[in-house]
Design a protein around this ligand. Structure first.
Ligand code: NDP
Length: 460
């Protein structure tokens, strides 16, 4: 039986004291930042054996350095709505760690965005980016702006105002944002247009996730969802299982969800449910992805409208209910902490065999412990959803060399990257006597890469 904190009690007292003291400083210095505390806590408790084996990380005080962002920027974003009223939102960018390359990480536009959300996402991004093997540091940004219900011109004016400040802090060799919740190709287009106008230069590599007509990469739109399923496929194969014939539940119906569903279906799975923040649909014959794509990507409407065209499907309010649907595989692809203890128990009770986190930190600490204790295959977000940022790095390479790879070329590279990430996590877990625990494996593999590089670069 595995547990999340296996080996934690076995480590030497001095190492544990060091970890506890760093953890305490994080809690004291960042009050009320629950998501950030959660992300830091989850990492610290799995890398303790690494510190025991390599005391240089303690001597160099790597932990205290790694939990402190290199820079945190917060700024005013004033904009004018369609009625002529001045609105004000808050913008953020955290430049967390640049040991491996320019800061890299998406922008999230959602009313819940605050210091804690941005810092948890930026912290996770450091290790995720390291796992990709690409030369990218970790960053994240966004705003508490709510794009829902806004007109296209309001979105444009907001993006222009947001970029008016952000442009002072980013650049192709400095910090390269991309999309996340609420930020897709449309928003990236407006952001890039404003950056281009301000700089008077066509620096395509300043943003990724761009449209194909302005230097975007083929397969970037699909990358996070496809990558999630490539990781899952490798994890299943390693345990003599196959996606073909399985029943899958996917939360969300945004960028990550849609392309996770597409790849899972292509590989022979039946996806029976997906959701948005209002509720979920259950279609026992299998979700019609064409309808979901049109509703969400073209019409930008609610998932509830699916049942008007598919009367056999059922719509239920309260999106968290989706985890009570029996399935073989669950892919949480919406948002943080969407699977709690209760949802995890429901999934286990109903016979789930594998979970892969497409979203960032979608499972609570308690939920992860339940999966591991019940020997459910579990792929953690920083490994599973790294395909998006990996292809963003490939987009940066294409922009630098002014070439454009075919869809297939990018897809083949993505698949190889996801396979390697899976096996790197397995090996790291094995090395520290925690075989099968990919949470520990991902944290250890990502952490050691960043920590070693920080040591090479000196105390800066
Ligand atoms: P989108 O904005 O495209 O889609 C988000 C989806 O999640 C929507 O269906 C949204 O519903 C739903 N959702 C948002 N908040 C909630 C909530 N509180 N409860 C239930 N559903 C909710 O975002 P992405 O698909 O890009 O991102 C999804 C997740 O994947 C995030 O955690 C993100 O950080 C992560 N991720 C994204 C990457 C990318 O390349 N895009 C890369 C790596 C990770 P509604 O429309 O009602 O808001």
């Amino acid at each position: 039986m595995q547990t999340f904190e296996k080996d934690f009690t076995k480590v030497e007292d001095s190492v544990q004291q060091y970890v506890t003291s760093v953890h305490k400083k994080v809690l004291d210095k960042n009050p009320n930042e629950n998501e950030f505390h959660q992300a830091v806590g989850d990492l610290l408790h799995t890398i303790t054996p690494v510190l025991q084996k390599h005391p240089i990380y303690i001597k160099q005080n790597i932990l205290e350095r790694i939990v402190e962002p290199e820079r945190f920027i917060s700024f005013r974003v004033p904009w004018i709505d369609d009625s002529g009223n001045v609105q004000v939102n808050r913008g953020f960018r955290v430049q967390f760690n640049s040991a491996l390359g320019p800061y890299k990480g998406g922008l999230r536009f959602h009313p819940s965005v605050n210091n804690s959300i941005i810092k948890f996402l930026g912290f996770e991004q450091i290790f995720k980016n390291a796992l990709t093997g690409q030369p990218i540091g970790g960053g994240k940004g966004g705003s508490d702006f709510d794009p829902k219900g806004k007109s296209d011109t309001e979105i444009m004016r907001f993006c222009q105002s947001f970029m008016s400040e952000l442009a002072n802090h980013i650049g192709p060799d400095i910090d390269v944002p991309a999309g996340d919740i609420g930020v897709g190709a449309r928003e990236i287009g407006y952001l890039f247009g404003q950056y281009k106008k301000m700089k008077g230069r066509y620096e395509a590599g300043v943003l990724t996730g761009k449209g194909l007509n302005f230097n975007g990469s083929l397969a970037r739109k699909e990358a996070t969802g496809y990558g999630t399923v490539y990781f899952l496929q490798e994890m299943l194969k390693d345990h003599n299982m196959d996606l073909r014939g399985t029943t899958v539940v996917v939360s969300g119906s945004g960028n990550v969800s849609i392309y996770a569903m597409e790849k899972a279906m292509e590989l022979g799975a039946k996806v029976v449910a997906c959701s948005d923040s209002d509720g979920y649909i259950y279609d026992e014959n299998g979700i019609n992805l064409k309808t979901v794509k049109r509703l969400k990507e073209v019409e930008r409407t609610r998932i509830a409208n699916y049942i008007a065209e598919h009367p056999n499907a059922v719509y239920s309010e309260d999106c968290t209910g989706i985890w009570s649907i029996p399935c073989d595989i669950a892919l949480p692809c919406a948002t943080q902490n969407e699977i709690d203890e209760n949802a995890a128990n429901n999934l286990v009770f109903n016979g789930v065999r594998a979970i892969a986190e497409g979203a960032n930190m979608p499972c609570t600490h308690e939920a992860i412990s339940i999966f591991l204790e019940n020997n459910i295959l579990f792929g953690p977000a920083k490994a599973v959803n790294a395909g998006g940022v990996a292809v963003s790095a490939l987009e940066m390479s294409q922009n630098s060399s002014r070439v454009s790879w075919s869809f297939n070329e990018v897809d083949v590279k993505l698949k190889a990257i996801m396979r390697k990430i899976y096996h790197d996590c397995v090996e790291a877990a094995d090395e520290y006597n925690n075989s099968g625990n990919l949470v520990a494996g991902a944290n250890i593999a990502g952490f050691t890469k960043v920590a070693d590089t920080m040591i090479s670069l000196g105390v800066i």
